[in-house]
Design a protein around this ligand. Structure first.
Ligand code: ADP
Length: 349
């Protein structure tokens, strides 16, 4: 079985040890009045990893991040950040973390440099270190040449990068980012991903981010915790999570010639769990091993001298993972690889 683990709940959970982890959350609960927004979640974040909390709006991700960053009291359970209890030692926690909230909060009327300077002072960065730190974070987010620009003249992507620089100016060890690319266009989003990856490598940071973008979680995170309705439904690396979903690869094939035999022939291929007949000559083949089934299918057609009009392999996505663990779709985006088969000589299309 895969390394994916399901949530440990209050009843079943063994206490985590804090020491080896950047963050250790144990059976944490948040109630807003009678409403339980976070229902006893347990996970650990290792030093130096990018850890993602993935879930739909309202899942409880921001509430979790607010508790871990001392912005909101914990109702029950505990969270240790850099070994410090967020309830008992909030100041020690605050010294170790950088927080990027969802909303853009840098002052529009100040320059990029002034925004960073205010934060450096706020976090008591010693005077002799301030200029060096500001220069380093500007370089890290590729805003050095915009240092003197008024913040209101920056694009959305650049402002997001400024917020990230601001969160780093006091050299935190652990970085919390709430929906870091929400509202950005696809190009700026990819730029932010690359930047965060670089930061992780060059500054030896641990990052915890929340997202409802599956692609973001998939491309950026070392491990992902899927959160839904205030509970943790699965946790693992993107690959482990996808491998934990049985029979979820879909191969869609269209034969140039319709035949009554195709369904049975497809069903006989290794790892195929189901064959659905679509329109004439078109089949959806559910398999636990997409690449092997595709290879066998192409070999079978070749052996029989038959032509495939098209063949598409749909990879297991985090959406499939979400559906598997929650019974619902996170969103309708799918990862699709489409291969158009070239016609073979002597066979009519
Ligand atoms: P997410 O970040 O995953 O979108 P949130 O943590 O913001 O989710 O919200 C989780 C749930 O808690 C939602 O149902 C939300 O409406 C509720 N909630 C969030 N903040 C408050 C609050 N201050 N008072 C009452 N309910 C809240």
């Amino acid at each position: 079985m895969s390394a994916v683990r399901k949530a440990r709940t209050q009843e079943g959970g063994a206490p985590a040890t804090a020491a080896p982890f950047a963050i250790a959350v144990e059976n944490i609960v948040k109630r807003y009045g009678a409403f339980e927004a976070v229902k006893g979640i347990t996970f650990e974040v290792k030093d130096g990893e990018i850890f993602g909390l993935l879930g739909p709006n309202g899942a409880g991700k921001s509430t979790l991040i607010r508790m871990m960053t001392t912005l909101m009291p914990v109702t029950a359970g505990r969270a240790l950040v850099a070994g410090h209890d967020v309830t008992k030692e909030p100041n020690a926690v605050r010294n170790m973390i950088g927080v990027i909230p969802q909303a853009l909060t840098s002052d529009q009327d100040l320059t990029v440099y002034e925004n960073l300077l205010i934060y450096a002072k706020l976090y008591s960065v010693p005077k002799e270190k301030r200029e060096k730190n500001i220069a380093a974070v500007l370089e890290a987010v590729d805003l050095t040449k915009w240092r003197g620009a008024q913040t209101k003249t920056l694009s959305g992507g650049m402002r997001r990068r400024l917020e990230i620089a601001r969160g780093l100016v006091h050299d935190p060890r652990i970085f919390f980012l709430d929906e870091p690319t929400t509202g950005l266009d696809p190009v700026s989003r990819i730029a932010v991903w690359e930047m965060l990856n670089n930061l992780k490598k060059t500054r030896n940071l641990t990052m915890l981010l929340t997202t409802h973008y599956m692609e973001e979680a998939d491309r950026l995170c070392d491990r992902i915790a899927i959160v839904d309705h205030g509970t943790l439904v699965a946790l693992g690396t993107p690959v482990e999570l996808k491998q934990s979903v049985p029979g979820s690869n879909v191969v869609e094939v269209q034969f140039a010639r319709e035949s009554d035999d195709w369904k049975a022939r497809l069903e006989a291929l290794t790892d195929v769990t189901e064959v659905q007949s679509q329109s004439a000559g078109v089949y959806r083949v559910l398999t636990s091993n997409g690449s092997q089934t595709t290879t066998q299918l192409v070999e079978m057609a070749s052996r029989l001298g038959e032509q495939l009009s098209s063949l598409s392999v749909q990879n297991t996505s985090l959406d499939d993972v979400f559906v598997h663990y929650t019974g619902r779709q996170l969103r309708d985006e799918q990862v699709k690889a489409v291969f158009q088969m070239p016609p073979r000589p002597g066979v009519n299309a």
